[in-house]
Design a protein around this ligand. Sequence first.
Ligand SMILES: NC(=O)c1ccc[n+]([C@@H]2O[C@H](COP(=O)([O-])OP(=O)(O)OC[C@H]3O[C@@H](n4cnc5c(N)ncnc54)[C@H](OP(=O)(O)O)[C@@H]3O)[C@@H](O)[C@H]2O)c1
Length: 339
Amino acid sequence: MPEINRRVLLESRPEGWVGLDNFAFDEMPVAEPGDGELLVRNVFLSVDPYMRGRMNAGKSYIAPFEVGEPLQGGVVGQVVASRRDGFGEGDWVSGMLGWESYSLTDGEGVLKVDPDLAPLSYHLGILGMPGMTAYVGLTAIGRLALGETVFVTAASGAVGSVVGQIAKNMGCYVAGSAGSDAKVAFLTDELGFDAGINYKSAGSAGKAVRAACPKGIDVHFENVGGPIFEAALFNMRQNGRIVLCGMIADYNVEFSELPPGPRGLFVMIGRSLSMQGFIVFHYPELCREWVIKGSKWLAEGKLRYRESVAEGLDAAPAAFIGMLKGQNFGKQIVRIDEE
Ligand SMILES: NC(=O)c1ccc[n+]([C@@H]2O[C@H](COP(=O)([O-])OP(=O)(O)OC[C@H]3O[C@@H](n4cnc5c(N)ncnc54)[C@H](OP(=O)(O)O)[C@@H]3O)[C@@H](O)[C@H]2O)c1
């Protein structure tokens, strides 16, 4: 049995931008599993934008992190001891576990993963929650049809990069925006996007979106908010669908400081647009469907995937903050254990 469990705790709730001082570390003895429990050695940890919301107090669709307690996130790890039926030592699993080197769990929400299906970390990205989000958003919410035009923001990231590739595989025209020339080149040269915009250097967002989507947009997949969202809105076609997936530009801004907007919602009326938000886990059937379809497309070479990997549990807070600032290129994960 391992002896020491290193943990990342929420030290304090951020006001505005999250900083390294909002996190603390401690070490505890590793607990032995009781009846019905299993002990997991955490190997890969996912850092995701929604975790910023969980650092705030107050009600949301998911409970806040508690100050003084370990943060939680998507983890892939290996069972080191099990007293729960259905799980044995050596099994690879994924689940919502702690930011820590070892997690004790009753197995609620923990799934076995097949290490031969794809590299293990993919279950936190393209085959995990972000990939599922792309699939649910485009199909159930965007009702995407063959030959339509899709525009996606934060397009080179974990969700956006999969959105664009699913839409290409479904025979659509795809454009997206990202925060550097290298990320835009990745969209067009490696992922097969038809056009890309560096929103930081493009000048007028409206003109840039119009040039990238000359026929207008049928399905807009929004991950960011702000000026690029307004530009997409004004370029929507008749009966277009706006998929509200995320608003990362707002996550580190105090509510009273948020700018009003988006401007131009009146275009939704004349063009009969619909706009709908969603939470990926409200669509469990589609999530399962994506793991089957996504792994098949990966094996057939119809999907490309890029990760940024931070090394060691101590690097998790900086990796999380860096992802919120756009320093990640592709899905940001943390490798906790090298073995
Ligand atoms: N609804 C759901 O169920 C669900 C599930 C998962 C994720 N989401 C949402 O999906 C979005 C993307 O998540 P992800 O995991 O794929 O993250 P990601 O795209 O891998 O990483 C976040 C990216 O957001 C971009 N960004 C950050 N601040 C920005 C700003 N002010 N303006 C423009 N871009 C900004 C950065 O890319 P650039 O360098 O391009 O700026 C950064 O790399 C988030 O809003 C997240 O909350 C929703």
